[in-house]
Design a protein. Structure first.
Length: 83
């Protein structure tokens, strides 16, 4: 199987197994599990585009996988290092 077919197979399964909005974090985790080494941003784009092309909503939950210092909310306020 080629690289794009591997990606499509994994993401089709993710969409089939999970009703509702597609989790960006889960999509990135699935792609990492099959050895994809692209940046998180590139994988986020891949997951989001794949879901959007199939009419699925996207849940932007990727921030949950970052280190606490990059958490955009601290003490109820948005921090300058949010992104």
């Amino acid at each position: 199987m080629d690289d794009m077919a591997d990606i499509a197979t994994v993401l089709e399964k993710l969409l089939a197994d999970n009703a509702g909005p597609v989790s960006i974090a889960a999509g990135i985790a699935e792609l990492r599990a099959i050895g994809k080494a692209e940046t998180d941003g590139e994988l986020q784009s891949t997951v989001g585009t794949f879901a959007a092309e199939r009419g699925r909503a996207i849940r932007f939950d990727r921030w949950a996988t970052r280190a606490p210092l990059n958490n955009p909310v601290k003490d109820g306020k948005i921090t300058p290092n949010a992104l």
